[in-house]
Design a protein around this ligand. Structure first.
Ligand SMILES: Nc1nc2c(ncn2[C@@H]2O[C@H](COP(=O)(O)OP(=O)(O)OP(=O)(O)O)[C@@H](O)[C@H]2O)c(=O)[nH]1
Ligand SMILES: [Mg+2]
Length: 341
């Protein structure tokens, strides 16, 4: 049998993982340094407690000035979210603005193999120094106690990008997650849908602050106009959101520049509206509380389960239940007493 190690380079050394000090990270955030931002976001994706200790040290005393505008980009797969980020991104860059584009729920993006696709769709902005696009996560183990998308958004806020776009996977849970992270929920729709909601759940449509019929160009332009009329009808029947904002709707196309100014005026009017009466402050406060409320139980449970005594007691109680030595209710009461002791 041939030696399986014969073609391994004996001089090969694994590169040590790049690491940065707390101070370097703080400066990196202030400078919007992409390598450091990606380093920190990878820590946010980690389940290793040490990584979160580092994040804690880096993030704890950097002030969030509230400058960044966080926009969720939602819509069914293939509707053109990444191409939109490229096209509207170019428009923002031309105004001297700095932007970050982050995927929400990157693990499901990877399983659908579209992150690479997303990056190629953003080819015009990917090399710009004014743009940070979060690279593919190094592993699929996204998670830990804090969802990485919250922390990634938070890190980009602290870096004070003018705009942060959160591209969702377009279906289900990630839309709701994005709604809890973003100031503004922008929904892209395919032309030709009319009032059937094209598989977009009504709940998602109701979250939209701005709704665009995308691909309003070439052969699709007239059907995009028809769709817009139909959507305007159904939007009229919808109640304004919690803050009293009535969603705006319009056309968009990533192959021309012609709708960018309109969209920009919709976005401005949304922020004008939300900035008055402290609505935006209140929205962001609610989002922070939502994040805390969703995760503190998980943290406390994890903390408790680190106790060997409790883990052993759970094993014993389960055995006793199986052997019919104890009722499950009594077992829970015993466990509670133990946890409180
Ligand atoms: N004609 C036209 N085609 C577009 C436009 N925007 C996107 N497309 C095309 O639509 C396809 C999907 O675009 P993407 O930007 O990858 O769509 P996406 O919503 O990011 O897709 P996922 O990330 O897979 O959910 C590509 O073939 C684009 O070239 C547009 O404004 N006009
Ligand atoms: Mg995409």
């Amino acid at each position: 049998m041939s030696d399986p190690t014969h073609n391994i380079n004996p001089h090969y050394k694994k590169h040590p993982a790049v690491s940065y000090t707390v101070d370097q990270c703080k400066h990196g955030i202030a400078d919007q340094n992409p390598a450091i931002l990606s380093f920190l976001i990878s820590k946010a994706e980690s389940r290793i407690p040490k990584d979160h200790e580092l994040l804690y040290k880096v993030l704890q005393d950097i002030e969030d000035t509230g400058h960044s505008r966080v926009i969720a980009l939602s819509g069914a797969p293939g509707v053109g979210k990444s191409t939109f980020a490229n096209s509207y991104g170019q428009y923002l860059i031309s105004k001297g603005l700095k932007i970050a584009v982050l995927p929400v729920d990157p693990s499901s993006n990877i399983s659908r193999g579209s992150i690479l696709g997303d990056k190629t769709r953003m080819e015009d902005i990917v090399t710009s120094a004014q743009v940070y696009i979060k690279p593919m996560p190094s592993s699929l183990s996204v998670g830990g106690v804090a969802p990485a998308s919250f922390l990634a958004t938070h890190i980009c806020r602290l870096a004070q990008f003018d705009y942060i776009f959160l591209e969702t996977v377009g279906v289900g849970q990630s839309e709701y997650e994005a709604r809890h992270l973003a100031d503004l929920f922008l929904l892209l729709l395919q032309p030709g849908g009319g009032d059937d909601l094209q598989g977009i759940k009504r709940g998602i449509m109701e979250m939209a602050d701005i709704l665009l019929i995308n691909k309003a160009d070439g052969e699709l332009e007239s059907s995009a106009r028809n769709s817009l009329d139909a959507y305007k009808q159904s939007l009229r029947l919808m109640l304004p959101n919690t803050y009293g904002w009535k969603p705006k709707s319009g056309l968009y196309s990533s192959v021309s520049d012609k709708y960018n100014a309109d969209l920009s005026s919709y976005i401005e009017s949304y922020y004008d509206y939300m900035s008055s009466d402290d609505r935006l402050i209140s929205l962001r406060e609610r989002q922070n509380l939502h994040y805390f409320d969703t995760h503190y139980k998980e943290i406390l449970i994890q903390q408790l389960l680190q106790s060997n005594n409790l883990r052993a007691a759970i094993t014993d109680l389960r055995n006793d239940i199986q052997d019919q030595k104890i009722y499950p209710y009594i077992a829970l009461q015993k466990l509670k007493a133990l946890a409180l002791s």
